[in-house]
Design a protein around this ligand. Structure first.
Ligand SMILES: NC(=O)c1ccc[n+]([C@@H]2O[C@H](COP(=O)([O-])OP(=O)(O)OC[C@H]3O[C@@H](n4cnc5c(N)ncnc54)[C@H](OP(=O)(O)O)[C@@H]3O)[C@@H](O)[C@H]2O)c1
Length: 243
């Protein structure tokens, strides 16, 4: 296992939710972290919280915009590991009501963004480095109706990592697929139903409770540290994909 002590790690999506959990976990292990998101306000709030844990800096960029991603990687210097948790709430239309503009926006944010990040990161990752992307439980347990687009996009990440891990070897490429996690995105999606949804899911889950970002962050840390893990999807869902 490679240690993260002294490593330089980029977390795209590190200003909130799971990404903020990953940033906290790697700082705890003695790494230096750069967090990326679109909103300066969210970045500054996260930086204030993370500065108490370790060495953190921020960069505002939208991963759907190639010029912004190119500028990020041109100025960032050498990187040991890259994590992306960036994402926006998925479209949830029954297929007959699909709004293609919303679908294209979601695909751009999640999948095209990951392709852009991989394209530009490849020149800055040091030997022994890794990329870890984020999928999710909606590929295994899609909401019905309305889950087809998110299932297709989340499902594509496993194959993206599979192919990229062969193309970029020895750089390792993996995916973390979380179940439900208590984050600002979940709060936005569930609104006032969040507590009742969490209560009923927790009673069904083998793990017996809903994850917090720190639970899932452990898998990203593993994907960075484990020199023998590549092309894999790590399902960190408390057993949600089994029920
Ligand atoms: N929470 C769950 O239950 C759950 C379950 C399964 C999978 N997931 C997946 O896990 C990922 C993280 O979710 P989360 O719950 O942690 O969400 P979150 O709290 O909303 O955090 C999302 C992060 O991504 C950033 N971001 C979004 N679009 C971006 C873009 N175009 N460019 C750069 N940064 C961008 C956001 O910052 P800005 O808004 O400032 O850009 C924020 O830092 C998502 O891909 C989600 O689909 C979540």
């Amino acid at each position: 296992m490679a240690t993260l002590m002294g490593k330089r790690i980029l977390v795209i999506g590190g200003s909130s939710g799971i990404g903020l959990g990953v940033a906290t976990a790697v700082l705890d292990k003695g790494a230096e972290v750069v967090i990326v998101g679109r909103s300066q306000e969210k970045l500054q709030a996260a930086e204030r919280a993370l500065a108490a844990v370790g060495k953190v800096s921020t960069f505002a960029a939208d991963m759907t915009q190639e010029a912004e991603i190119a500028r990020l990687f041109a100025g960032i210097g050498g990187l040991d590991h890259l994590v992306s948790t960036a994402g926006t709430p998925p479209p949830d239309y029954p297929i007959g009501d699909t709004d293609l503009n919303v679908v294209r926006g979601f695909i751009d944010n999640k999948l095209v963004g990951a392709v852009l990040v991989a394209k530009h990161a490849v020149r800055t990752l040091k030997k022994g480095g890794s990329m870890t992307f984020t999928s999710g439980i909606n590929k295994d347990k899609p909401p019905v109706p309305g889950g087809s687009v998110v299932a297709a996009i989340a499902g594509s990440f496993g194959y993206f990592a599979h192919a990229l891990s062969l193309e970029l070897a020895p750089t390792r490429v993996n995916v973390v697929s979380p179940g439900w996690v208590d984050t600002p995105m979940f709060t936005e999606l569930a609104g006032e139903n969040k507590s009742s949804l969490f209560e009923s899911m927790a009673t069904r889950l083998p793990a017996g409770r809903i994850a917090n970002p720190a639970d899932v962050a452990l898998a990203y840390v593993y994907a960075m540290e484990s020199e023998f893990t590549t092309g894999q999807t790590l399902h960190i869902d408390g057993g949600q994909s089994l029920i």
